[in-house]
Design a binder for this molecule. Structure first.
Ligand SMILES: [Mg+2]
Length: 224
């Protein structure tokens, strides 16, 4: 069974690019396309896609409002937001509507595919840069609340992960993509992917966002 996807974005070329990348994978089918928020609802009503890729900036009804209406009417539909904004205000607003994915339009094809797979399976996905900004914001709020900023001591989880996996976990928390992690550690992207799946398995989580959340809660990574 293919994952049925609808793409809502006011730029035709962007829709076409995304459609090609997704359909090249073989397990995705783009069933409908729309160019503004008001079309999104009728598309979902007609095609009942499993997942909607939703642009934020659109004329007429924007992506945030459209997502809100869409999830109210069809709570099972999964929405991945497409945005050019990586600051936490935009992200929080989008997530409050019920979207479970947030991608930056500067993403590469692998990130898009990974995000769609994870969200289609019921997980959540935030673009690595977005994760990093949210973590920094979280840290800012928690240290402000606690008075003077305390430099937290990092204890690497060497009882759980190898030294290399600890390095990868830190880079995940830094908001690095698989490619950037590979470049930083002089290893291939394929090897990075293997390390990431091993980390997810050992930490018993479904996706990299959850892995980073667990790592921060336990003080296993430095927030920098
Ligand atoms: Mg747009």
């Amino acid at each position: 069974m293919k994952t049925r996807i609808a793409i809502i974005d006011d730029h035709q070329l962007f829709r076409e690019g995304i459609k090609r990348i997704l359909e090249f994978e073989g397990d995705f089918e783009v069933v409908a396309e729309g160019s503004d928020g008001s079309e999104a609802l009728s598309i979902v009503e007609t095609y009942r896609p499993d997942l909607v890729l939703m642009d934020i900036n659109m004329p007429d009804i924007n992506g945030v409002e459209a997502t809100k209406q869409l999830i109210e009417a069809y709570p099972d539909t999964k929405v991945v937001v497409l945005s050019i904004h990586d600051d936490e205000n935009y992200v929080m607003r989008a997530l409050q509507t019920g979207a479970t994915g947030y991608l930056l339009k500067e993403m590469d094809a692998d990130t898009l595919i990974e995000a769609v797979r994870i969200v289609a399976e019921g997980g959540s996905y935030l673009h690595p840069k977005v994760t990093h900004n949210l973590i920094r914001e979280y840290r800012r709020l928690t240290t402000e609340r606690g008075g003077a900023a305390v430099k937290q001591e990092v204890r690497r989880p060497l009882h759980l992960l190898t030294r290399r996996e600890c390095e990868v976990l830190q880079l995940l928390a830094d908001g690095k993509s698989n490619r950037a992690i590979g470049e930083a550690l002089y290893i291939s992207e394929k090897t990075v992917k293997n390390h990431v799946s091993s980390i997810l398995q050992k930490l018993n989580v479904n996706d990299r966002t959850q892995a980073v959340v667990v790592a921060i809660k336990n003080g296993w990574v430095e927030v920098r």
